[in-house]
Write a protein that binds this ligand. Sequence first.
Ligand SMILES: Nc1ncnc2c1ncn2[C@@H]1O[C@H](COP(=O)(O)OP(=O)(O)OP(=O)(O)O)[C@@H](O)[C@H]1O
Length: 641
Amino acid sequence: MGRSSHGLSTSCAAGGIFPAARAIAAAHWRIARLLPRAGWAAVLATASCAVLLGVLPVVFVLAGSLLLGEVAQARVDPARWPSVVAGFLLASAAFTVQQALAPAQNALSELVARRIDGEAFDRLIAASLHSRGIGPLEDQRLLEHLSMAGYELEQGVHTPGRAAAGLLHLAGRNVQLAGFAIVIGVGYSWVAATGVLVTVLAFRHAMLSGLRSFTGTLLAQAALRRESRYLRELALRATAAKEIRVFGLLAWLRDRHRRAYLAWLGPVWRERRRSLLWPYLRYTLVGLLVTAAVMASAAVAAARGLTVATLVLIVQAVLTGLRLGAFSPEADMQTIGGARTHEAVRAYERGAAAYDVNERTDPPDRIADPPAPREDIRFSEVSFRYRGSERPVFRDLNLRIRAGKCTAIVGLNGAGKTTLVKLLTRLYEPDGGVITVDGVDIRRFPVEAWRARISVVFQDYIRYEATAAENIAFGSVRHAHAREAVRDAAGQAGILGTLDALPGGLDTPLTPHIVDGTDLSGGQWQRVALARALFGLRHGGGVLVLDEPTASLDVRAEARFFDEFVRLTSGATTVMISHRFSTVRRADHIVVLENGRVGEEGSHRELLRRGGRYADLFRLQAARYTDGPARRPFGGSGVPT
Ligand SMILES: Nc1ncnc2c1ncn2[C@@H]1O[C@H](COP(=O)(O)OP(=O)(O)OP(=O)(O)O)[C@@H](O)[C@H]1O
């Protein structure tokens, strides 16, 4: 049995008939085990409907032939008319109940599917949120499972729930098949019954194997499908609308989308022909031969005395029975595709859980409540490399962040500044070394408690589609009700006036996608993010981390922010990451990251005096803001200090 890069089995071709049948049976079994999640009452009701809907067509055919036979007899023997009426009533009842039950079964199947899919979505979200760090969400291998499962569950077609409902539907079809086989066996010949059964089962097996192989190809094409989806979204969403128009990317986008779409569809079409069309034609031919053989032998039997009613019964049972070998739109694609989605959910769950298990184990002597740092936070001999990446970001990094002071971290792009924050907030664990607060390993604190101590504005902070007040209160959700504190934080970040002036004040949704909602400018959003961090700091943060806090602020706003900043953060341990030297120079202590280590550190003046990397970078940036004299070699009178 082949295995794709997804770890999901994809092909039956290599293994022959029995392994393929075993794999399909195993997939069905895994799906069947999901049924209790829909609740036994719903499952039993749906299964009962399915079984009845399987039995009723058999009853209808039996009643119909009984009616036919009795009508013929009643012409010569009037005493048979009650039997005619009974046959008619039975056929009518079978037909009417079938019509009434079909919508009920659809509704119940929907209920079963939604319950199971709701639970699968819950599990996927739980696996995504419960993992301690963000490693699984940045691991390409696991992301494939996550995006495939998320996409299918959202589309709602190839889902575990639809697969489970499909299985119940198949149970009904199998009951029907058994019913017709019994009718043929009892009424005519067990050889003919076996012929019909074998033909239907062989046809179904070939079709399901083909479907399985086909969905395997779909999966193997997942990257291309994702690319064409991404390009479609690029064209249809507002996010890239500006650049696409200004850079004149429309033609490129259409062409690229067309090519990606065809590159995805080409193998899918080929596989559809290979695994679905040819087996379909082959088995249809076999089905026709079997039908012809049974019909011919029935005709011979009829000539030798088989009654017309029995002949009609057999013909109907054979034809309707053979029809059950056909594709079931309610079940087949769903059971095969849904089983794969279920496997993807499980694979992501396992992978995400393994991430936590594989992390270094926490020290046993736990401390429930991490204190705010009194001395310092230290990175000691810390090394770290992203999984799948060759290059370590940190190698034996030693770094001290003084408590109650502002430490600025600078470095070239990719030096590891944001990664440092990820390690500090335990979104990733170091491969070696230790991070301590006043000498205590931070792994001794519960992760949530430690994170509650840290208030962060990430470089790519989130613009939540929520009210302005909520956007700020997310800094400490436990204190979301503290309206005055929200206003204070907004005031401190210099955004209160703007928010008060919105139509709904602080209760205005900050999104243009909601009626009465609005959007803010980049700089205004940055102030909201700052307000969020200040709100968190006020409610027990103790440590404030700002990654590029003033990147979107205008020069005046930046200057004002820093005038206020010292007062607002007094007593807090602050880490500031910035490329703006006008921001960095105000820090108490500056650390330059270089080649995975601390290249140099000191105050702004000390570092300028040293004339090293920091002084170079500072001089380069200062020269961009001044005229000729500032371009003189550092140390000259024209350089700001
Ligand atoms: N999820 C990830 N997986 C693999 N490599 C990553 C990941 N995130 C970052 N890196 C790599 O780690 C290194 C450090 O990245 P980081 O984002 O910490 O740099 P930075 O100093 O914050 O950069 P910038 O100044 O551009 O924001 C870079 O080489 C980057 O390519």
